[in-house]
Design a protein around this ligand. Sequence first.
Ligand SMILES: O=C(CO)COP(=O)(O)O
Length: 435
Amino acid sequence: MAATIALIAHDRKKDQIVEFAKQYQPVLCRYRIIATGTTGQRIKDATSLEVERMLSGPMGGDAQISTQVAEGKVTAVIFLVDPLYAQPHEPDIQALQRICAVYDIPLAINVATASAILEQLRRTRVAHLIFNPVSGQGNADHDLTLIEELLSPAMELVVHLTTPDTHPSELVEDAMSAQADLILASGGDGTISAVAGALIGSDIPLGIIPRGTANAFAAALNISQGFMPIRSACNIIVQGKTWVVDVAKCNDRPMILLAGIGLEAEVIERADREAKNRWGAFAYIMEGIKQFNQQELFETEIEVEGVIKTFNAGAVTIANAAPPTSVMAQGAGIVDASDGLLDITIGAPKNDLEAVGAMVNLVGAALMRHPTNREDIINLQTRRVKVKTHPPQKVVVDGEMVGTTPIEVECIPRGLVVFAPESADLHQEAPETEA
Ligand SMILES: O=C(CO)COP(=O)(O)O
């Protein structure tokens, strides 16, 4: 479902359409281009545009383009007609013009109108939406239709669906090579994290439309608001306020939220898809309670700036960003996603009773936005950390199991530009860009 422009010209207008394509190449290259056979070949030879060639006009090329217009795939049709010669396939030409009228699709039959359309498109932002159809509990088709309805008045939308065989980062690469102005990610934290990871260091703003189970990154940025999270997320994107936030790498893998060792990793691994479908975010809490009594302490070695400290820990969490509901990350009471630092929370209780007290204290810290005051919860802030454990422990990064310790996590300050509301707890606004 790419935003597409169709280019067609009769024989005595071919030179004009080639000149036109050369002149507007910077705008046209942001769109999928389709063309009738001979026109398409001429444009391909004269520019570096990628052109999908249909049949030649007299052989049915106009009819093929009519089909794509009727299917809602085409943003505009540039059709330089020859007004002085009759064509053998006049009925197909009439049909294409009629279909454009039926679906209210801009149709230019001369260069003056074609230029007016392209000047308008030059000012239109093109957003590439990377949409995971199997996230969360909603109806993906309804969700996608709603997103299209809400965003289309403000931008041109190109939709890419994730599949089990396509990593979201490949779709981000496609979007970047198509000169996307914005990249939008819709799915759970796994999808958002993969898209954000592929955007690290680019200044293309990321819009987040949460449709997952926990939606922790959206919650951390105050995007997941109210009972209609899709509507409110789309509103935030349309309002266009952008912020610069930190990201991180865990063993060279992009991380936007947190790495959990011990308790958190066990909980994520055990909360299966069936439980998540039935119980939503509650599945994690139920699993957390079950896991709590079984969690054994492990020897932990934390290295910060060349200094090594050892603990007997049950849970170690290294967070770049985390909402208050990520309890195990709340040693400092708040995880600041724009301070250039990672927040490390180490739970080192001596027995079950202390462990329960520590959990309660962390919930309190998150509510009060104040550091914990217990000896068995250690909290550190640093740019880079190495963690070793004995025995090796499972590690979860942004909700996905990634292997076992040891790990090395490094914060990448100001690595990502995101759309977030005024109320987001962030310090650094992104510089204004030309819309
Ligand atoms: O005839 C045409 C449109 O009606 C154009 O077809 P070609 O681009 O194949 O010449």
